[in-house]
Design a binder for this molecule. Sequence first.
Ligand code: ADP
Ligand code: ZN
Length: 750
Amino acid sequence: MTLATDDFASGVLRIAIDAPLRHPFDYLAPAGLSPAAVPLGVRVRVPVGRRETIGMVVDRADQSEVSSAALKPVREVLDATPLIDGALMQLLRWTADYYHHPLGEVIAAALPRALRDGAPCAARIECWRATTTGIDALEAGALRRAPRQQALLARLAQSTRALTGADLSKALPGWRDAARVLTGRGWIERLELDASSPASSPAAGHEAGTATGAATSPPLSAAQSAAVGQIDASAGGYAAWVLQGATGSGKTEVYLQCAARTLARGGSVLVLVPEIGLTPQLVQRFRARLDVDIAVLHSALSDAGRLAAWRAAHTGQARVVLGTRSAVFAPLPRLGLIVVDEEHDSSYKQHDGGCRYSARDLALVRGQQGGVPVVLGSATPALETLHNLKAGRYRGLTLPRRDDQALAPRLALIDLSAHAVHRGLSTPVIDAMRRHLAASGQVLVFINRRGYAPTLLCTACGWIAPCHACDARMTVHRASGQLRCHHCGAAEALVERCLRCGCQVKPVGQGTERVEETLRELFPGEALIRLDRDSASRPEQLDAILERVLSGAARILVGTQMVTKGHHFPGVTLVAVLNADQGLFSTDFRAAERLAQTIVQVAGRAGRERNRGEVLIQTQYPQHPLLRSLLEGGYEGFAAEALVEREATRWPPFGRLAVLRASTRSSGGALAFLAAARQLAPVGGAVRLLGPVAAAMARRAERYHAQLLIESADRGPLHRFIGDWLPQVETLARAQRVRYALDVDPIDIQ
Ligand code: ADP
Ligand code: ZN
């Protein structure tokens, strides 16, 4: 007891726990330790009720508001040194405050699962290197008959440092069999190095000079050099750069050069890419050009893979982190540059579950906090970004099309009501395809819907196959023989007869599968490939498809938005957009922006050398102002007009928005809850509440969804309001058993 009193006298530790709790908890330091001896940013095991959980030390305090008798000591300190350093903790705190999300959950989201579960942070990592006898054997050609062994040995022999098992698995899948034979012969050897010891930091030897990768980089264009020069000159302080240039204009070259210079100065680099932009091809390009270890972080990693990548970044072994959204929280000692590629991409926003952060916005905050330049690259910057550019908060850099690149493609609208249409393909599109294929061009057919058809209809009684969990139709997936709901993921066997009257059913409308089928009939001799989430669910599949298009093996590419994500197809001379109309009449104020970006991004795939590409956009509404402004003024013209409209309606970036979403199993529950939540808000003030209204799709995944918009001209009042209001909403939600989520800066308010 005296011990506890002593500890209390010298203060308490504040521990953030992975739970929906607004505040950290106070604990006493473990017996025999003073709180000051426990570093911030280490994990601890603490008792919570009758359970035990793992939390993180985020603060110390002299006193607790909890009575000393109720305070319990930490049971165990798990790390000797912080997992999260002061700079990263500052970012996580900012995230928790700004998105009004519990710090413990934000921290948990930033850590790999294995670390959340208590895995040790320091670890031995397996590395391999070639022995001198091995190198001699290789040079003597001893392995000519054993290509796999030869490839492995050559790889190790070429490397100036030992390669990790993870490196090898990426480069040479299935290498372990070969490794066993080679180890047996004494031609390669396995080492175990401590991941946190500098000796195992293979990058250490590359700090000076060799990291410039200059040997393989093409000479930069004047615009690229200027961009690299300006960005580089801003090193050592915060600056936000908008690097605008069409796909293929050389943005990635600029990132690579800036990264090389940062590395040469001893800094580390964070590169964020959209979920589907992270292909093995891109990783390969970074690996080939930057002679340091690169940690790759994305959502498809195994727990072990994620832990390994995180550790490599944390220890400084990997000085480049290339990753998707959550990599914005990657630990990077001596961070010197942040790149956000395709910054307009909506996959940077966490859409569901947990803290709904924008990795793009957080990258800027991280840059600001750490005094690091941030490069936002895009062919179609978000309207917010253009607004910030205009307001002088960001600095602009433009890359024109490169000399060997095509002229900007010619866009034309095809009025669907004025032409014959065969299964979604109008005669002018089919004719243009024939023309381009005959002239040995490649053709890209874009349709923003995967599956075979969006509807399965009974022509006798009018029955439409419904999703039983949503207000939605089932999509026909013929290849897998399924009906699938694209909203909740439900799947059923595809039926041939109507479930109501037993008559024949037929698929209505087009998806990628059906367009593929139709095009195979129309162009029987042409190699065709489909790119959507079904045909490319893994990065390797995506890579294989891209490779077939790039090599020219496939002449026709049918795809969804996946084709718009940063891949450059120099051989494509015609792009056909089959359904431009989906985004034209949406209730979401951002739908038009997304549609314009999609069209411009797809269009950007067309054209080769001086051969001007052609882009045909099928629409029922050729007079629609959005389509006209795009056609006449390009993305800039569209953006200028769209910003005027946003200003008039006070939508972001001219106003600040948050949305409170709720869902219940009962039909009226979510609306009633939000109405009650609205009642809790003070009347008047600088904040306006709009709604509640049912979501555009009210019933989804067996729950009823509704939302309440919270709007203000400025950030300050909005955040103060939410700060006061949300705890009351929370109490109400608990009482009414409602699921709810607050989304600050929502990008989708359907
Ligand atoms: P982006 O990132 O804008 O799509 P990339 O940097 O990927 O553009 O460049 C597209 C292609 O052009 C790549 O194959 C790249 O190697 C090549 N490239 C870029 N800059 C140059 C240059 N200055 N000289 C020659 N080739 C270049
Ligand atoms: Zn459904």
